[in-house]
Design a protein around this ligand. Structure first.
Ligand code: ATP
Length: 505
């Protein structure tokens, strides 16, 4: 199955089993807005908990807050979002489709990268075992030409964006002969800037109402509370403030399911450090966040770092953790060294000091900040799409299985009476009652046992416990493992420990 088909199947699977629904579907949905269903909400909560635990519970010097979505409008003036939170957009006059100009250029670069990879593959076949790919890339004239071309395009795009030179941005697209992927035409409009913030009005009447914004990131809620938390929590630098919450962006092009949404959720942590130490902490958090991802047991080759060429207005170093989504490597998380930009801006606009008194240095300063920012919905998609598998079994039959990390699975245990009679349902209820205080459990007595196992495979339940006649005699059950489909007979009193061990991983 190719990746495109797999992605389609993941999307329909997510809907069929109650993970993700299009928002207000009975009215034909709302573009790039989604609802999480009964299983999606569980998976999402599990991701949040795992993140919160590893960031807040496991770090003595990190605390969590929950700030409001609405903030004083000056917040967004100070943060630079009113003036600079723009994407360059361009329309194709023939297809009438709208694109992000920078994404068109990035896709073009990806095509050139594809050509490099083809050359490398060809050469690898020609030279066999002695082939050194890195050496080849550096010395082969054709490949070197491609690399130089990519470099030149990236530099030119960066300059256009830095200088706000939108005419040259359009010229770059024309010079590179970039065509509309739908119509194949080069009939482009000019490039324009488009602000991504949603605005609304606060106050009951139109007169005197204030334009306020739906926050486009959760970070600013942390910055404006920096002193509140530092003072009340008696926090000593270095320390962090974490937050999980909704963010809103009027994305120009919103495709790819829950990858790019107009309403989404972020898990962010701002780490306040002594000026001059930020690069050390930037490297620390890059490594630490990658460790977090790998701790879920997803293959290392699915992740990579990507250093930014175009830095946001506030950053002096920035990298993405990219994930190999079904549509290729894309940003999953950002790690940014934000300097003292935000706190200084808020000092300037509010007229209030946002400084820390360092008892060791015996002086006040505005701390520097290293941020880790991950999209919850993107993490959800990463986990779901990696877990999804259509497996052919030894007997030639197939099953759809979600190989979710057990700690992420919506249900940890399914309890299944073999038959709907002979006291087996009652016994199964007894088993579930002993487990449901600790784990999400599902009871299912409908259909043949094989079909019930398949249903649990499809929603990623790691353990299925079957109660049969022998259970009534000796208090043992069979426990079936989702991934291996192996079954073992165990005492009911041992089930809890087995599940606990599996979930802890
Ligand atoms: P992109 O380049 O993909 O638009 P970004 O660089 O603007 O993303 P950040 O501002 O760094 O993203 O936001 C931090 C994280 O929030 C991202 O790594 C991503 O996981 C998530 N995120 C950003 N925009 C969206 C969106 N529209 N839908 C879902 N998640 C998003």
């Amino acid at each position: 199955m190719n990746q495109e088909d797999k992605f389609k199947n993941v999307i329909s699977h997510a809907k069929e089993y109650g993970f993700v629904f299009p928002s207000s579907e009975i009215y034909d949905g709302l573009s790039a807005v989604y609802d999480y269903g009964q299983l999606g909400a569980e998976l999402k909560n599990n991701i949040k908990q795992y993140w919160w635990k590893s960031m807040v519970q496991m770090h003595e010097n990190i605390v969590g807050i929950d700030s409001a979505i609405f903030m004083h409008p000056t917040t967004w003036k100070a943060s630079g979002h009113v003036d600079a939170f723009n994407d360059p957009l361009i329309d194709n006059k023939d297809s009438k489709k709208r694109y992000r100009a920078d994404v068109l250029v990035e896709d073009h670069i990806a095509k050139i990268e594809g050509k490099i990879n083809k050359e490398v593959e060809k050469a690898a076949k020609r030279f066999g075992n002695s082939f050194d790919a890195e050496m080849f890339k550096q010395t082969n004239p054709r490949v070197a030409g491609y690399v130089a071309k990519i470099d030149a395009i990236e530099q030119r795009m960066k300059k256009c964006l830095d200088d706000g030179n939108l005419e040259d941005f359009k010229q770059l697209i024309i010079d590179e002969e970039i065509v509309d992927p739908i119509s194949g035409s080069r009939n482009w409009t000019d490039v324009r800037q488009f602000n991504l913030m949603f605005s609304t009005e606060m106050g009951s009447t139109a007169e005197g109402a204030n334009t306020i914004y739906l926050r486009p990131e959760t970070a600013q809620g942390i910055f404006v509370n920096f002193l509140n938390v530092q003072k009340t929590g008696r926090m000593k630098i270095p320390f962090g403030i974490a937050q999980i919450g909704k963010a809103f962006r009027n994305e120009i092009v919103a495709r790819q399911f829950i990858f790019r949404m107009r309403e989404f959720e972020q898990m962010e942590m701002q780490f306040f450090v002594k000026p001059g130490t930020e690069m050390k902490w930037y490297e620390y958090w890059k490594a630490e966040r990658m460790k977090w991802h790998l701790s879920l047991g997803i293959k290392e080759s699915e992740y990579r770092f990507h250093d930014h060429i175009k830095m946001a207005h506030y950053a002096n170093a920035a990298a993405d953790i990219e994930f190999n989504f079904p549509f290729g490597f894309k940003e999953l998380e950002g790690i940014h060294s934000r300097t003292d930009f935000d706190l200084k801006q808020h000092e300037m606009h509010s007229g209030k000091k946002l400084q820390y008194f360092d008892p060791e240095e015996n002086k006040n300063y505005v701390p520097y900040v290293v941020e880790t920012s991950i999209g919850l919905d993107r993490m959800f998609l990463a986990i779901l799409s990696t877990a999804y598998e259509e497996e052919t079994l030894e007997d030639g039959s197939t099953r759809t299985v979600l190989r979710l990390p057990a700690k992420m699975a919506p249900y940890k245990v399914a309890v299944l009476p073999l038959l709907k009679k002979d006291g087996l349902p009652e016994k199964a209820r007894e088993v579930i009652d002993g487990l449901k205080g600790d784990f999400m459990c599902q009871y299912d007595e409908k259909d043949a046992i094989g079909r019930r196992y398949r249903r649990q495979d499809a929603i990623g339940t790691p353990f299925a416990i079957t109660v049969d006649h022998q259970t009534l005699e000796d208090n043992t059950v069979t426990i079936r493992h989702r991934d291996s489909m192996k079954q073992e007979r165990v005492a009911i009193e041992d089930v809890e420990a087995i599940v606990r061990k599996g979930v802890r991983g």
